[in-house]
Write a protein that binds this ligand. Structure first.
Ligand code: PSU
Ligand code: MN
Length: 300
């Protein structure tokens, strides 16, 4: 893998580094907002005293810490594959471009020695999974890869209660940053509880350290609610989700296309409002993730 010199220097000096994924750039948001957001997220991380490492695969080589030009490429280039764990060997061998999902970003962050990873929302158990078996590989990855993922919960396009059950079975701690309620991505209320509330970044860092010191293999999920002022109205987002799910069914969208299709359709149905919320929650997660990474470096 190619580790950006700034990132590798920070890692060697035990300074905070925050990993970022690229599927959100290539398949999660439209151009040019995707690129603007990815660059803004990096800026927030720098402003909080950490080093950003946006991860992706170029010509079959994992890149840990993309340049702004590379981020631009991931934002507008056609044919960048959405790469989860099962795709990695093929993308490496065929020397393809790959946008990394939560699962693959975790794998590569871990291989590079990065503990904290910030994103928008993770994949989960899809509605109707009892029939379709559609359960994101992100959940399995959280079970086995030692990375802390900061997100705004899982989107209501998923089956949130089943997602929590799955994570419990897999032994993944689901924590709430200053909240007892699992945030639901576009808004902060799901009516479901996280396993534990975390009071601040230092407490979170202590939990990470306890997990690593005790060799309890696997990830940790820190959920961080979208700030109230950027939340979407529940009726609005619920309606958009219902319509998008119906459209997905009608158009026969399946497998890895589901999440990108739903995100895109919801943006269209809400006249761009869901995109604005999505951007704001990622920026908010970047701030929290940076603080956690900083505290963890001090404890390590
Ligand atoms: N959530 C978002 N935007 C995204 C994704 C999730 O708000 O772009 C991406 C992440 O990369 C996540 C992936 O890992 O979707 C999950 O896809 P699937 O449901 O196919 O596992
Ligand atoms: Mn899936």
């Amino acid at each position: 893998m190619k580790i950006n010199p700034e990132v590798s220097k920070a890692l060697k000096e035990n300074r905070p580094v925050v990993a970022l994924e690229s599927t959100i750039i290539s398949h999660g948001m439209p151009y040019p907002k995707n690129v603007e957001t990815a660059l803004k997220v990096e800026e927030v991380i720098r402003n909080h005293g950490a080093v950003p490492a946006t991860i992706g695969i170029i010509d079959g080589e994992p890149i840990i810490g993309m340049t702004p030009e590379e981020i631009e490429q991931f934002g507008k280039r056609k044919g960048v594959l959405k790469v989860s764990r099962r795709d990695l060997p093929v993308v490496y061998a065929k020397k393809l471009w790959g946008a990394t999902t939560v699962a693959t970003t975790m794998i590569l962050a871990n291989q590079a020695g990065i503990e904290v990873f910030v994103t928008g929302g993770i994949g989960g158990v899809h509605r109707g999974a009892q029939q379709t078996f559609d359960i994101s590989a992100d959940l399995q990855e959280l079970a086995k890869t030692n990375v802390t993922v900061v997100c705004a919960g899982a989107k209501a396009i998923l089956d949130l209660p089943l997602t929590l059950e799955y994570l419990e079975t897999m032994g993944v701690p689901v924590l709430g940053f200053k909240t007892e309620e699992l945030p639901a991505f576009y808004n902060s209320h799901s009516g479901l509880k996280v396993d534990y509330k975390v009071e601040d970044a230092l407490e979170m860092a202590k939990i990470i350290k306890a997990k690593r010191d005790n060799k309890l293999i696997g990830g940790i999920l820190l959920t961080n609610p979208i700030p109230e002022e950027y939340e979407m109205k529940k009726e609005v987002i619920d309606n958009a989700i219902a319509t998008a799910l119906k459209k997905m069914d009608e158009e026969g969208i399946k497998g890895k296309e589901c999440t990108p299709f739903l995100l895109k359709t919801i943006v269209e149905l809400t006249g761009g409002d869901s995109l604005e919320s999505n951007i704001k929650l990622v920026l908010n997660n970047a701030a929290v993730g940076s603080e956690v990474a900083k505290e963890y470096c001090k404890l390590k």
